[in-house]
Design a protein around this ligand. Sequence first.
Ligand code: UDP
Length: 350
Amino acid sequence: MKLAHIVGARPQFIKAAMLSRAFAKAGIDEILIHSGQHYDENMSDVFFEELDLPKPHLQLLYNPNGTVSPVDDMSRSIEAALEDLNPDLVLVHGDTSTTLAGASAASRLNIPLAHNEAGLRSYNNAMPEERNRVLSDQAADILFCPTQSSVERLQREGITEGVYFTGDVMLDALQHYAERAGELPDSIEKRKPYTLVTIHRNYTADQPERMEAFIRILEAMPMSVVLPLHPRTAKRLKEFNLSIPEHIHVVDSVGYLEMISLERNAGVILTDSGGVQKEAYFLGIPCITLRPETEWTETVDAGWNIVADLDKGKILNCLEAFDRTQERPSYFGDGNAAERITKILLSQRF
Ligand code: UDP
């Protein structure tokens, strides 16, 4: 089987690392295509280096500022690559521009499409991620669901064919790489107990009033805070003339291994990231979600995640509100999602 595996954003490199290894073991002929969405050292190269992810077979170029419709442009260049390669199947992950660009390219060429992390919904259409995941699910022939509730959500939308509960590849990744994640550097160790904060979604970063509310929250934080700063957020803060309070320890975006170490040593995590909410749950670290809703509702049901949006009063009240002894049911599978996905792919007829 010839599989075109499309990645382009940070969380996709992490998922791809687990899947590429499983594909190689199973003898699947994989062509890894990098859309170019995240391209620099911190957001791309570091993941390929530390996760033993093979270099992409095809590196596409992407310039979000130089085009009228960046996702369309990305999709056209993926389409041209797919036309050349003529794969049996295209695999995309999650909910980014790369996901939608890859899904629409495959669908225009009538190539079977698999979507990993299918069936997630925030029901907030103001977020591009929601549109990306809904459209990708609709275009997909094979849908890999990380949780049972994502299977049920698809059922309610009438999508029942080709749907598989596999568990979450991000759990596989955390279990696999946790051992390799080292100790904290002294500069962070001495800040314990600290709160880890990440913020990067367009929904927050692109709106000046939301960024301002975020800064007010940082100012009010009663304990030390470590903030790995996403380049988009850094750029927007500058544009909006906002500065991060001095007592916040800001570092550049870190690689995955360093991130695991920052997460597992944190007292609490505040984030608008989907992946970080889940990792907090896997590691048993309380999480406060800086968005009006979450698609990872199981983490909330279990009591380990509180959706607080940018409500400063609520966040300050929540910081100590968690019961750290409560259970964390295994909604996200058993850490063997990549293997399951590989088996399902091998069982398909093309
Ligand atoms: N992550 C990382 N370095 C950072 C921040 C996040 O390696 O500085 C990892 C994080 O551990 C998780 C993934 O990136 O595995 C989440 O990606 P992101 O927050 O960019 O996107 P989302 O999950 O919201 O799509």
